[in-house]
Design a binder for this molecule. Sequence first.
Ligand SMILES: NC(=O)c1ccc[n+]([C@@H]2O[C@H](COP(=O)([O-])OP(=O)(O)OC[C@H]3O[C@@H](n4cnc5c(N)ncnc54)[C@H](O)[C@@H]3O)[C@@H](O)[C@H]2O)c1
Length: 336
Amino acid sequence: MINIALLGCGRIGQMHAANINAHPRAKLAMVFDSHKPSADNLGKSLGVPVAASADSIFASDNVDAVLIASATETHADFIEQSVAAAKPVLCEKPIDLNLKRVNECAAAIAASPVPVQLGFNRRFDPGHRAARDAMRAGDIGQLHQVVITSRDPEIPPRSYLQSAGGLLRDMTIHDFDLARFMLDDEPTEVFAVAGALIDPALGAELNEIDTAMIILRTADGKQCHINNSRTAVYGYDQRIELLGTTGMVQSNNQKRHELKRYNRKATEISEAYQYFFIERYHEAFMAEVSAFVDCIENGTTPEVSFEDGRRALILAEAAYLSVAEKRMVQVSEIDS
Ligand SMILES: NC(=O)c1ccc[n+]([C@@H]2O[C@H](COP(=O)([O-])OP(=O)(O)OC[C@H]3O[C@@H](n4cnc5c(N)ncnc54)[C@H](O)[C@@H]3O)[C@@H](O)[C@H]2O)c1
């Protein structure tokens, strides 16, 4: 059993805690949150010890590895501390909102063999992964286009948006990672349009956007289109399409079940989509923990690396520059 300690007992921390506890090869060793009641509640509900500090987790012989699910601004420091303590890390996205800080963190951990896995859970979704496997196996011939639709069911509260770091760094970061995963290549050019269409006051108050369309292109001309909305009234919309010279594959939305209802007014009425990321990506989050445990047990390199987190942030910065300057941006302008 791999003893994993959890840093951060908020929304996603609670989910990770339950997933670790349910995992056959992992055990939740202890939890910590700077907001003590959050840690106490989670520790009590799962019957696991609450650490007195983050430092005591890094120092503990009872902790084999660390899962960082605390607020984004803590990630880079915790990654550095974990690596220095020789504890493998699974860290939620994004590494940090500031590329300079991410580069400093990269330099700080560069010489260490300690595994650092980034929390890009969507790569582990069975449908998304099957699409990529099919593409790699040649099922659709030569890949030309990737289309990623990623829309949230409802816009988060202002309090969240104030510190989330902006749509492209907080939400689209998953899609930038999926774009790289599906293209199996690095985008070299980025063009983006974005605005506050759902809540126009967001733009004025927080300089925030809630709706975006982004085009990416690789050096050999493969194209990717990402479209994001913070509110799709019909639910969490997560679709991926790969078009190649001999066919197309789609990874589609999921429902709780496939029952269809028929009446005088409508046919094929089906369940709503699974509500949000915790429900929709449950299998993916579990597989993400499995991949982390595999790395620790087998001494292998994580499939989703720190560098994947850094590259996704570079694409986010390129997209912001494109929005600001209304032009196609070369990724090399950011990653220089
Ligand atoms: N992979 C995904 O799909 C996904 C989904 C949601 C959130 N996230 C990421 O997970 C992280 C947490 O998001 P959330 O929605 O759970 O937020 P949240 O606000 O619900 O929880 C964050 C927790 O971190 C705690 N915290 C803050 N500073 C701390 C510190 N120094 N030490 C220990 N704990 C500290 C807070 O008290 C809070 O309980 C964010 O980085 C977010 O981007 C990823």
